[in-house]
Design a protein around this ligand. Structure first.
Ligand code: CA
Length: 747
């Protein structure tokens, strides 16, 4: 192998003078040299990017290789070539191979990071991208759409790549079938590490999509195998299949929210996949729609998903369905799957006036269904006589009543060497013993760490802070991710914003009183999360202006989801002026979790939680989980919470709201409280309110917008407070909130 330092002027002549039979290895050290070298590459040539950071580099790699003799674009050392800033990669031609690059610290100026085409007519075929990393290469605005990998053309392979941390809107990777030269493509997507993708909080958070509804009757022949999907939580579709004759084989889905959805397209095979839910919320399996789908030899364990997000969901279709609705399930084969401790199997799901076409000519056989809690995992929404059930085995529950073809057997499960549970005795049902389970370290690259996505509270160092002027400010500035600041007893007056840019715990020891002189005490910005405990916070020194807050998010959009926990903390005197909120969030920010526990709030002129800034009705919202337990709220002029998710899109699991064992006294009655409610929920998907006492407070306003939200208001006490008002804004249904077993007392 000849290695030659590439120098601009020599290039053109040099290359022309070389016999095509002698492949060259050409090292380039800057973009100008790259642009010259890429012209005239011959089969077998290797173009090498020198180690270092390549900023603002839009790589166009267009060449013609030959079978077994590709033209390569490689890193001098895999992992040491960083593509940053405004950069991307476009491939076009034949028999190309790209490897070893790392995209980080930047984002694409176009809508795609890696694209297997340079324009609509010029695609790549027979080409491979392998051992490439894309890490947090996000548009700065979370609602700005882009796509990290778009595969066009035919016979391309995308393998052993490490794809992690997509935080803005848009599917992570897609196969396009938009022109004939990209259909019947026979791509292979294998051994990739699809690392954690945080909850997007709107549609457009899929990890992989194959096709679109428009071209969904075309066949793709794409094989997706031996990939590892690690906590891919973007939205309710992990994979959205929208084309025909694809194979999904031996992939591992580790604790990922959502399902592998056969959304459009026929005759696909889903086999030998392993789903570990670990009991996490909304972990699902496979959702079956359309004709000719084969679902066999899959293993699902610990999946807690409900409704369309269940472990196995067979949908009803729409008669003569338009291309973008639900096509009837026909000729489905669902055999030899193991469903272990997975909560929901849904049949004829989605049955309603529009989706009335029940599954037909289908088979459900030799599946193993085991549940420690003897739970009846089946929900049947319509006629399932079009599914032939046979030789299915259950334990320890009784066979379901809707069909024959199930038998109960006593069994114990043992974990085999492949990590899966099997019955000790051979029962002739369930996933095969030789199922090969793709592990994390078989995917991606060896030279790039598969890091944990978040730093836990309390995982760092502990530092004591005394009530000296500015001591708390400096301690917050100096803290590292995961650190804990322990405030010694005394009075703290904070004269500057405390900017939270890392996960941080602030904890009082003894009696700790905090007052603050700016319009907010804490500001959470990208990368920040806060856990606050054991302190008293007063608003008495805050400026005499409207709109103060104790905790607010950055006023700009935040890419990174944050966490906020308030425990054993007491808030008072938030009344120097009107509209003083405890927690204010900005548009374009998203909390994974807000927890309030064992805390009290008194004399507040605004709301306790303002989670209503996504007011465009795009199906976007400000927080996934809001949980309040064992807390007291007294004399709050605004609402306890204004929680808003507008629009009618059905692609998110949240928001979730839980309020338990708490007391509200005189909440919501201020004249500036626009909803005139003590609790204002609009489009919240899961609500649980129980064990609370409401005194002299305004009624709740609960608006349901879409997706059969689950709302329960039970076992509460309402004293001089009207029962909740629930409205169904779009479905035409009678109110569906369960409001029962509440005691009402009027004095
Ligand atoms: Ca979607």
């Amino acid at each position: 192998m000849r290695l030659k330092q590439f120098v601009g002027a020599v290039v053109a002549g040099g290359l022309l003078g070389i016999s095509p039979a002698l492949a060259e290895t050409i090292l380039v050290t800057d973009q100008a040299a790259y642009k010259k070298a890429v012209v005239g590459l011959e089969p077998g040539d290797k173009l090498v990017l020198a180690n270092g950071v390549w900023r603002d580099f839009e790589i166009v790699f267009e060449a013609l290789g030959e079978e077994g003799n590709p033209v390569s674009l490689i890193a001098e050392t895999p992992g040491d070539v960083i593509i940053s800033g405004q950069s991307n990669l476009q491939l076009a031609g034949e028999f190309l191979e790209v490897s070893g690059l790392v995209f980080k610290n930047g984002y694409t100026p176009t809508s795609e990071v890696i694209s297997f085409r340079v324009d609509a007519d010029t695609v790549a075929n027979n080409s491979r991208v392998t051992g490439v990393v894309i890490d947090n290469f996000n548009q700065p605005e979370r609602q700005e759409v882009d796509f990290w990998v778009m595969v066009y053309g035919k016979n391309n392979r995308f393998d052993h790549n490490h794809i992690v941390g997509k935080r803005n809107k848009g599917v992570t990777m897609a196969v396009r079938l938009n022109t004939e030269q990209s259909q019947e493509n026979h791509h292979r997507i294998d051994h990739n590490y699809f690392g954690p993708r945080q909850i997007l909080g709107s549609n457009g958070g899929e990890t992989l999509r194959i096709g679109t509804s428009h071209h969904s009757l075309a066949d793709s022949f794409t094989t997706v195998e031996n990939n590892y999907f690690d906590r891919c939580d973007g939205e309710l579709e992990i994979i959205s299949n929208k084309s025909g004759k694809n194979i999904f084989r031996n992939n591992t889905f580790y604790q990922s929210r959502g399902t592998l959805t056969m959304r459009h397209g026929n005759n696909n095979i889903v086999e030998g996949n392993v789903f570990f839910g670990n009991g996490a919320d909304h972990t699902g399996g496979i959702r079956v729609i359309n004709a000719g789908q084969t679902i066999r030899n899959n293993y699902m364990e610990g999946l807690k998903g409900t409704r369309f997000g269940g472990a196995l969901v067979v949908m009803n279709g729409v008669p003569n369905s338009p291309i973008n609705r639900y096509h009837q399930v026909k000729d489905a084969t669902i055999t030899n799957n193991s469903l272990i401790n997975s909560d929901n199997i849904q049949l004829a799901a989605g049955s309603d006036a529009e989706r009335s076409a029940v599954p037909v000519d289908s088979e459900f056989a030799e599946n193993l269904i085991f549940h420690d809690d003897a739970r009846d995992v089946f929900t049947v929404y319509d006629d399932v006589s079009g599914i032939a059930f046979s030789e299915n085995v259950l334990a320890p529950m009784d066979p379901p009543e809707f069909a024959d073809g199930f038998r109960r057997e006593a069994m114990a499960l043992d974990r085999a060497d492949n990590g899966l549970l099997y019955p000790a005795n051979d029962i002739g049902a369930g996933a095969p013993h030789d199922l090969s389970v793709t592990t994390k370290n078989e995917t991606g690259v060896s030279w790039y760490p598969k890091s944990e996505p978040i730093v836990a509270f309390g995982s760092g160092r502990t530092t004591n802070v005394s009530p000296e002027p500015n001591a708390l400010f400096y301690a917050v500035s100096a803290a590292k991710a995961g650190d804990t600041l322990v405030l010694q007893s005394g009075n703290y007056v904070v004269s500057k914003f405390l900017k939270i840019k890392k996960p941080l715990t602030i904890k009082g020891k003894g009696k700790v009183n905090i007052a603050f002189e700016r319009s907010a005490l804490f500001q959470i910005s990208d990368g920040g999360s806060l856990r606050l405990s054991g302190v008293n916070i007063s608003g008495k020194d805050a400026p005499d202006n409207a709109g103060n807050a104790v905790i607010r998010t950055s006023p700009y959009a935040m890419l990174e989801n944050y966490r906020l926990e308030i425990v054993d903390t007491h808030f008072s005197d938030m009344d120097v002026n009107h509209s003083f909120n405890i927690i204010s969030t900005a548009k374009g920010t998203f909390a994974d979790n807000i927890l309030i526990k064992d805390s009290s709030f008194e004399d507040v002129t605004g709301a306790v939680l303002k989670l209503d800034t996504e007011n465009d009705d795009y199906g976007i919202y400000n927080a996934e989980y809001l949980t309040i337990a064992n807390s007291n709220f007294k004399n709050i002029q605004g609402a306890l919470v204004d929680f808003y998710r507008g629009g009618t899109d059905e692609s998110t699991f949240g928001p979730h709201f839980e309020l338990t064992d708490s007391k509200l006294t005189n909440v919501g009655g201020g004249k500036r409280n626009k909803s005139a409610a003590s609790i204002h929920l609009h489009g919240v998907q899961v609500t649980h309110i129980s064990g609370n006492t409401f005194v002299d407070s305004k009624s709740f306003l609960i608006n349901h917008t879409v997706g059969e939200p689950k709302t329960r208001v039970v076992d509460n006490k309402f004293v001089d407070t009207l029962l909740p008002k629930n409205y169904e804004l779009n479905s035409g249904l009678e109110p569906t909130a369960v409001i029962e077993n509440n005691r009402v007392k009027n004095q």
